[in-house]
Design a protein around this ligand. Sequence first.
Ligand code: PLP
Length: 381
Amino acid sequence: MERKSKLTDSPTVQIPSDLLPKDGRFGSGPSKIRPEAISSLVDVSTTYLGTSHRQSTVRDVVGRLRNGLAELFSLPSDYEVVLGNGGATQFWDIATFSLIRRRSQHLSFGEFSSKFASAAALAPHLEDPDIVSSEPGTRPKVKVDDTIDLYALTHNETSTGVMMEIERPLGAESAIVAVDATSGAAGLKVDAAEFDCYYFSPQKCFASEGGLWIALMSPKALRRVEEIKETGRFVPATLDLSIAVENSRLNQTYNTPALATIYLTVNQIEWFLENGGLKFSTGRCSESADILYGWAEGSTYATPFVQNVVDRSLVVGTIDFDPEIDALSVAKTLRANGIVDVEPYRKLGRNQIRVAMFPSIDPSDVYLLTRAIDYVVHAIK
Ligand SMILES: *Cc1c(COP(=O)(O)O)cnc(C)c1O
């Protein structure tokens, strides 16, 4: 207790400058935006920003976003990149109206995956979803069932730092595989043949701003949208995926998007493509993860929260601290030194830190972060 209060009272422990990361942003979203992307945005501040999203200047950038993602994810030619306003959270409601025919199954293993399950459970036009849950820090497995027409998976559960490999469930060929890839897309490997709808917001691995959702959709998912439309179900326009598909084909959104968000997303996609694509972006995350978990495993006071090594996220690391080291106080001291947002996910309630390792974050900065944490912890011993 005494050690704890000593640390709380001295948030001004000064971390030596040679242990400070070049960039102190380690938050899981909004996350670090590369300064080069912002400079590039400034360059178009009078020609692109503040211009009509129905004209070619903006539509060309939306086209680059759609083509760039098709290339990045090696999408088969009949898949489509669809986008709209509202972020991944809005997309759960969209899926509830436009993708789930009658009944969905949700792998629920943290805050984000459980929220989509709740949205489906509340929808009066759907049957009760099948919710397969597991303890925080672990992940459940799909239970194939022929009453299910959509399997809701989460590539990376951002609240706990658990990732899962995306595989089409065997024996569920007629169902849609919908993946919340908000924190996983571009940071984790994926094969487009294994999903029908891979959706995300761009403020995580795509180092942009929030407010937009992007979905990579297979012909099967596109057909499902049409089928549901034909049943005559009432679908509010902003939740109607068929309207978003129509607009996306014209490189537009149904209503006005944030042009800066689109631009920054394109800048990140093109940065990935210029450097080797998904291999480059996922490689940076793996390198950071090796550094973070390697440090925790060798530490006397820190341990990776996720026990099963294959479930340990390569994009969001969660590290438990021994009870005598107060993780929140450590995070507060780091914050006073310009290293921000390593606090744990608020509702998880563990004595831990959470570190984003998205592609924009330099692995060498993750290394310096671990040195800075060691310094803070030892400074108060
Ligand atoms: C951040 C996040 C969301 C929520 O994204 P919004 O853009 O805030 O709607 C959903 N799912 C996962 C896995 C996330 O990491």
